[in-house]
Design a protein around this ligand. Structure first.
Ligand SMILES: NC(=O)c1ccc[n+]([C@@H]2O[C@H](COP(=O)([O-])OP(=O)(O)OC[C@H]3O[C@@H](n4cnc5c(N)ncnc54)[C@H](OP(=O)(O)O)[C@@H]3O)[C@@H](O)[C@H]2O)c1
Length: 298
């Protein structure tokens, strides 16, 4: 297949680019030469590449930033999706990503694809509007809701914890938000199964299992062999002053994907261990990037 990846320099886009480069003809575009908020840019690039499938991993992902940058957030996460779908017309399938933040977190059981949405923050609202454009404008789509991503590029909770651990004896991390940490490598593999299998529709995809940000941080410290050197302390979200509200429960059910394909994603702990083992040097290198979830050093 000829595949165009939008946002191919981002955390998930980079992983998708590597994954689909084996066995497919892949092109990538990102913010440095393309603006998804421009309908003309979308038309031009899709006309130039002539893809069978456009994978849209471009997004405005700064959840707190969205609260103050509402217009840009909606332009990228909602209008941008509309531009892509319009430019694809009937000629290409659209693969798009959304978020657990379309839910309000009150369910207390894993959210299925049929559950009603009710975003608590502007980011979630913009992603939901992007979903609506996609689903109303075409049937030729794969829409993947995912959560708590980490990977080899960009803002990354795992890297942030390890960086903070370099300079602190103790970290305080929120313990009252529960979700499923998801390795972009595993997500990209599942997306490949959907694309190559010719499947269409909405799917929830995360690594298996669940934990709080606090429990996630504990495992990061354990797998990086830092136990005993850094203490991780649980705190509640009300100790944070963050602009955007987050759902307390972000667990998504990937049952639909499993029933359809016969596959399951790995448990989050297994994926995390592999990620840390393979990227130890990079993870502890100094960075100016920030990430959500970690809160305070003491
Ligand atoms: N990260 C998570 O935990 C998470 C959770 C659930 C769902 N998702 C969804 O998964 C997808 C991928 O997320 P990610 O974390 O990989 O995102 P990311 O690392 O922020 O990558 C997004 C890419 O899109 C680019 N971009 C931003 N504005 C653009 C524009 N106007 N035109 C073209 N490109 C633009 C970004 O450039 P800049 O870096 O220069 O802005 C970046 O390269 C998104 O749809 C996101 O909503 C992510």
């Amino acid at each position: 297949m000829k595949i165009l990846i939008l946002g191919h320099k981002g955390m998930l886009g980079g992983e998708l680019f590597s994954r689909f480069s084996f066995g497919h003809e892949v092109a990538g575009k990102d913010i440095d030469g393309f603006d998804i908020t421009s309908a003309a840019d979308c038309r031009d690039v899709i006309e130039e590449v002539g893809p069978d499938c456009v994978i849209n991993a471009a997004a405005y992902t700064d959840v707190d930033g969205c609260e103050t940058d509402r217009d840009v957030c909606f332009a990228v996460n909602a209008q941008g999706v509309r531009n892509v779908v319009e430019a694809c017309g009937d000629s290409a399938c659209v693969v798009h990503f959304s978020t657990d933040y379309v839910f309000d977190g009150t369910k207390k059981e894993p959210y299925t694809e049929n559950d009603p949405t009710n975003p608590l923050n502007v980011y979630g609202q913009s992603k939901l509007e992007g979903e609506r454009y996609l689903r109303e404008m075409t049937d030729d789509y794969i829409l993947v809701r995912t959560a708590w991503l980490y990977g080899k590029k960009g803002r990354n909770f795992v890297r942030t914890i390890l960086e903070k651990a370099e300079n602190a004896d103790a970290l305080e991390v929120v313990a009252d938000q529960v979700g499923s940490p998801t390795y972009t490598r595993d997500l990209a593999g599942a997306v490949q199964v959907l694309v190559e299998g010719g499947h269409r529709g909405l799917y929830h995809l995360t690594n298996r299992g669940r934990c709080s940000w606090y429990e996630f941080a504990l495992k990061i410290i354990e797998f990086a062999d830092l136990e005993g050197r850094v203490e991780v302390r649980p705190i509640t979200s009300d100790r944070l002053t963050r602009k955007a509200m987050r759902p307390a429960w972000s667990v998504l059910s990937a049952m639909k994907f499993s029933n359809l394909t016969g596959r399951t994603l790995r448990f989050w702990q297994v994926a995390l261990k592999e990620f840390i083992d393979e990227n130890r040097a990079w993870l502890t290198a100094k960075s100016t990037e920030t990430s959500h979830g970690v809160v305070k050093q003491s």
